[in-house]
Design a protein around this ligand. Structure first.
Ligand code: NAD
Ligand code: TYD
Length: 359
């Protein structure tokens, strides 16, 4: 795949959003994709099984902190863009053990930026240099928590991260910004709200609720269940990233959200009632009998909401799925993919569930 014009390098492409992005990319673009992923507990090559024989796809197992590996990969494959997903991504895990979050999200992003800068600086054609992009995938959580009456986050909202996860993502966003301001590197940052959809690891709310509901296990709802998240179907996020990569202005940040602000308890009730209809023979019915209020997450952010007017107005992106259509698709996907579930709910998963939930 050496020197192919148009190749993109994706980091963290075996995770939830990264794998959806690669599948979406290959279905819509002619160019090659290289996926650099360390394969932590969250990385799963099975997510990309359907493209394993696609000649445009290449997998490289490795760590973004490994500068020699990254430098060599950039020189050998000469991508026109880096789309950076690789991260530790789960807030609860960041509370139990923040070290990996600082290592990958802060130091890893720094290493990647440094090697990208060396690669980009050495480009000798202006055209190539100007068209290169480093797209950093980030989160709404860097803005902190909103009260019920406050307006949604926009790109100029002050950063106020509250968890080790969001603080590490905020630090990486600042580094990315600095590489544009200081070195003129053509970077883009996207800050997106909560995603859901196929291939999401069942430590996150939506897949965890689906799995517990169908197997008759207690469904843990933190605190009073009234925290609000702004849910976006993962393919809409992937399309937003593709749009920003092709038409976003270098140096800019773009907020992405679904205009789907929903209380956690309402998300859980929607999943339960959909499953009542789709799974009338499950061990516990109605599924909402399984809802169990548990101790709140420390420092739990109350509300997130994204103002996506900039990407909508400037780049014409709009989400295609409503929450109703997206959640039904998602539930149906989990019901149809039991072997995927069995593959990810092995030893280390059970250990995590025992540490986090003593239900
Ligand atoms: P995920 O945890 O499902 O996947 C992360 C991937 O990164 C895994 O494949 C893992 O193996 C890989 N990885 C971790 N450390 C690595 C390292 N040091 N080197 C190389 N690869 C490594 O995460 P996700 O939910 O797909 O999130 C992807 C990105 O999107 C993250 O940067 C996250 O902050 C951001 N984001 C996520 C959401 C969400 O709702 N999930 C919302 C907004 C933004
Ligand atoms: P999560 O999926 O972990 O995403 P994030 O913390 O990044 O928003 O959690 C979504 C919401 O659901 C959040 O308010 C915490 C809550 N939650 C529960 O109530 N129970 C659970 O078991 C989990 C994992 C999350």
């Amino acid at each position: 795949m050496d020197n192919q014009a148009g190749t993109i390098l994706v980091t963290g492409g075996a995770g939830f959003i990264g794998s959806n992005f690669i599948l979406h990319w290959l279905a819509n673009e002619p160019s090659d994709v290289i996926n650099l992923d360390k394969l932590t507990y969250a990385g799963n090559p099975a997510n990309l099984a359907s493209i394993s024989s696609d000649r445009r796809y290449k997998f490289v197992q490795g760590d973004i902190c490994d500068r020699e590996l990254v430098a060599d990969l950039l020189l050998r494959t000469r991508p026109r863009a880096i789309v950076h997903f690789a991260a530790e991504s789960h807030v609860d895990r960041s509370i139990h053990g923040p070290d990996d979050f600082v290592r990958t999200n802060v130091n890893g992003t720094f290493s990647l930026l440094e090697e990208a800068r060396a690669y980009w600086s050495a480009m000798n054609k202006d055209k190539e240099k100007n068209s290169f992009r480093f797209l950093h995938v980030s989160t709404d959580e860097v803005y902190g928590s909103l009260d019920a009456a406050e307006p949604a986050f926009c790109e100029t909202t002050r950063y106020a991260p509250n968890s080790p996860y969001s603080a590490s993502k905020a630090a990486s966003d600042h580094l990315v910004r600095a590489y544009h301001h200081t070195y003129g590197m053509p970077v883009l940052t996207t800050n997106c709200s909560n995603n859901y959809g196929p291939f999401q690891f069942p430590e996150k709310l939506i897949p965890l609720v689906i799995l517990h509901a169908i197997s008759g296990k207690p469904i843990p709802v933190y605190g009073d269940g009234l925290n609000v998240r702004d849910w976006l179907y993962v393919t809409d996020h992937c399309e937003a990233i593709r749009t920003v990569l092709s038409r976003g202005r270098a140096g800019e940040t773009y907020n992405i959200g679904g205009r789907n602000e929903i209380k956690n308890i309402d998300v859980v009730n929607t999943i339960c009632s959909t499953l009542d209809e789709l799974r009338p023979n499950d061990p516990v019915l109605p599924h909402k009998k399984l809802i169990t209020f548990v101790k709140d997450r420390p420092g739990h952010d109350r509300r997130y909401a994204m103002n996506a007017a900039k990407i909508e107005g400037e780049l014409g992106w709009r989400p295609k799925e409503t929450f109703e259509s997206g959640i039904r698709k998602t539930i149906q996907w989990y019901l149809a993919n039991q072997s995927w579930i069995e593959g990810v709910t092995s030893g280390s998963y059970r250990q995590w569930m025992a540490t986090q939930y003593s239900l």
